[in-house]
Write a protein that binds this ligand. Structure first.
Ligand SMILES: [Zn+2]
Ligand SMILES: [Zn+2]
Length: 233
């Protein structure tokens, strides 16, 4: 289905239109989920090339930046057998977050997922703390992060658990408890382990979240030094 959609979009819109790139990205995720990692890599590499060009030539819309962050995060996991490529994609993701992600929850979240994947739990916690969206002065949610179990938007009150192996699987507290007792079955996540975001720490900290530009900048500087951000693939 995606293959046909892709051919149609490429013909009608061109290879670097955001809708075409999104379809390439979706096809990559589909292959990734099916365990066809070589095919996934081909699609991801194609999408990454396309986004790199789009970001260079235009004033990129937020949707393109978000998709670019998503492809970097997912492709990094698909190519984990090649640590060098995977690490280089992580560096690019950090650069993107540093340059453009400070005011966008979804882009920072992608870095949280990446840090979980790289087992850097401390940085994952910080990334999620900067991804928190405040509504009326209260820690509210993550600006569009959905539970893979109940499909509800995940709020700070619900809890957040991030799969360490999957490209994009997160659970709310209730679904995590169901999963732990086998009341919720996630086919992809059989025997996967989860990172538990410390929600009490998120709710207790005042100087975090979207909009805390100074705090986010200082942290981004540290993490980009740590992961050599700025180097190109
Ligand atoms: Zn849920
Ligand atoms: Zn999983």
């Amino acid at each position: 289905m995606y293959e046909r959609a892709l051919a149609g979009r490429e013909k009608a819109l061109g290879a670097e239109h955001s809708a075409t790139l999104m379809t390439v990205n979706n096809l990559g995720t589909l292959y990734h989920d099916q365990g066809k990692l070589e095919e996934a890599e081909t699609m991801y590499a194609r999408a990454l090339g396309g986004y790199t060009n789009v970001l260079r030539t235009e004033k990129p819309p937020l949707t393109a930046l978000r998709s670019f962050a998503t492809v970097l995060g997912r492709s990094m996991k698909a190519t984990n057998t090649n640590r060098q490529i995977s690490f280089s994609r992580l560096s690019r993701l950090i650069s993107l977050v540093k340059e453009r992600g400070k005011e966008d929850s979804l882009i920072i979240q992608e870095l949280g997922r990446a840090m979980v994947f790289w087992n850097n739990d401390e940085s994952a916690q910080v990334a999620y703390s900067h991804a928190v969206r405040y509504i009326k002065g209260q820690c509210a949610d993550f600006g569009g992060l959905y539970c893979s179990g109940c499909r509800q938007p995940i709020t700070v009150k619900m809890g957040l658990h991030v799969c360490r192996q999957c490209a994009d699987t997160e659970l709310c507290g209730r679904c995590m408890a169901d999963y732990a007792h086998d009341a919720l079955v996630l086919v992809r996540c059989a025997r996967h382990t989860f990172f538990d975001v410390d929600m009490a720490a998120l709710a207790a900290s005042e100087s975090m979240g979207i909009g805390d530009r100074a705090g986010a900048s200082a942290w981004m500087d540290t993490i980009s030094d740590e992961y050599n951000a700025g180097e190109r693939e």
